[in-house]
Design a protein around this ligand. Structure first.
Ligand SMILES: Cc1ncc(COP(=O)(O)O)c(C=O)c1O
Length: 459
């Protein structure tokens, strides 16, 4: 699809969207910003700030008041859980918990499962993880459980240095009948590769691990921080046990992360946080505490009420902005989002952002001395490109790009394991990453700046 292209309707619906129209919802284009750091955080559309202001007119706590304002805020807050569930095609709001971000959601799973690990169990994760999906498991195995006399091993699967693909055979060799949990990213935020989740699901399911519920197979946790923003994710089809993402990477303001978990797991597990609202009304005594119904068992303390509502409505607004169904306005309405509308919206976003990543790679290949990481041209990659240029410090390059108006990022992007495994010293690369509002012009200007700044810094 080309930027500015008007909607093209086929008998089956639209197969592209109007990027210029979508951009008109944002303030950053008018400021001349070339926003290519979207894997870190996306920009918020104007409507969300307006929604926040409107919500403050009826500002009240949830589940903690009988006023009209409190009842209304409670309804909006609870409906947000429905929206998150609809977005992921989860069975109901009972499978959703909200936290501050993906990192906190993964930690919540770790603390919920902590006491269930048996001596001799293991966790299998990978070298392509963001630190959010490695360090909690490393800490659990190396720092927390040993203090309780339990030995649990943290095993780490390799990746192919040339293609950036996860070595699934190696992962399979690490999974055995003592693997309680397999933790894997849905899309690498450095290499751009997407591990094959269906295959990993069947490896985990076939591990032979005997679960507490009498069933067999390892649990599967997917870090979907980079997957949810650029593709349609159906948790029932993927059959994942846990899946986490951050709303600040999907147009929402900072502060809200979503955890999906199978209802049976949430019903059985211990909460990560204890306190108010997560208990059944009136059911606390010195000897006994009963927990609230799902999903509120996992909502201890006053939550980020406005953040959750605005984050959920960011998803509805994305549907309107992409425009797969112009017969109605989803933003601000309470009509349930049909799975087909979500799927079509995200398929268009996926196609568009994949085209941008492919263009970035083609342009990058023409830059002298540039090494890119992850898949080559024509191969699937999530919408980002990380690279280094021989003789150029990636931090100096990102700084120079910033002065040219190109918002790239240098560092290890918290994918420290993969940078180290590739032997990068310092463990750093420069990265451009794309969202639905980026245009081909953004990409060519960004990559032209990479070429010019690299030449200048090499001199
Ligand atoms: C793959 C991946 N996982 C987890 C995270 C952590 O997200 P957050 O900082 O919102 O917790 C990120 C953020 O960049 C990421 O890219």
């Amino acid at each position: 699809m080309r930027p500015g292209l008007r909607d093209e309707r086929t008998p089956h619906g639209i197969h592209s969207f109007d990027v210029d129209r979508l951009r008109s919802h944002f303030d950053f284009p008018a400021r001349g910003r070339i926003v290519t750091n979207n894997a870190a955080s996306t920009q918020p559309p104007r409507e969300l700030a307006a929604l926040l202001t409107r919500l403050t007119e009826g500002y009240e706590n949830v589940h903690r008041g009988q006023s009209v304002a409190s009842q209304r805020m409670t309804a909006l807050f609870e409906e947000s859980y429905d929206i998150f569930a609809q977005w992921l095609n989860a069975p109901s709001r009972r499978t959703i918990a909200t936290y501050r971000n993906t990192t906190e959601a993964v930690n919540a799973v770790m603390y919920s499962l902590l006491t269930d690990f048996r001596d001799g169990d293991n966790v299998v994760t990978t070298l392509v993880e963001h630190n959010s999906n490695f360090v909690p498991w490393w800490a659990m195995c190396r720092e927390i459980l040993p203090r309780f006399g339990r030995r649990v091993e943290c095993r780490v699967a390799r990746f192919d240095h040339r293609s950036g693909e996860l070595d699934v055979d190696h992962l399979a060799s690490l999974v055995d009948h003592r693997t309680k949990l397999v933790c894997v990213t849905g899309a690498s935020n450095f290499l751009g590769t997407k591990p094959p989740l269906e295959t990993i699901r069947s490896i985990a399911s076939g591990s032979g691990y005997v679960r507490d519920d009498g069933g067999s197979g390892s649990l599967l946790l997917v870090d979907a921080a980079q997957l949810v923003p650029s593709s349609h994710v159906d948790v029932q089809r993927l059959d994942v046990d846990y899946l986490a993402f951050s709303c600040h990477k999907v147009l929402a303001p900072f502060g809200v992360g979503v955890l999906y978990a199978k209802e049976a797991l949430l019903a059985r597990s211990r909460p990560f946080l204890y306190g108010g609202d997560m208990i059944a009304t009136g059911r606390v005594s010195p000897d006994r505490v009963e927990y609230n119904d799902l999903p509120w068992k996992y909502a201890a303390g006053t939550p980020n009420i406005l953040g959750v509502i605005v984050s959920a409505h960011a998803l509805r607004l994305l549907v309107d902005m992409v425009g797969v169904d112009r017969s109605r306005c989803w933003f601000g309405s309470s009509a349930p989002l049909p799975p087909s509308i979500v799927a079509r919206t995200m398929e268009l976003v996926r196609q568009h952002t994949a085209e941008l990543a492919e263009l970035a790679l083609c342009e990058a290949m023409a830059v002298d001395g540039l090494t890119w990481y992850g898949p080559g041209p024509g191969l699937p990659r999530s919408p980002l490109l990380a690279f280094n240029v021989a003789g150029v410090d990636p931090f100096a390059l990102a700084g120079a790009l910033g002065r040219e108006g190109v918002e790239a990022r240098a560092g290890c992007h918290c994918a420290t394991l993969a940078h180290r495994d590739l032997g990068l010293d310092p463990p750093a690369s420069c990265r451009v990453s794309f969202a639905a509002y980026n245009t081909r012009d953004d990409v060519t200007r960004a990559m032209d700046a990479v070429r010019r700044m690299s030449d200048r810094l090499r001199r």
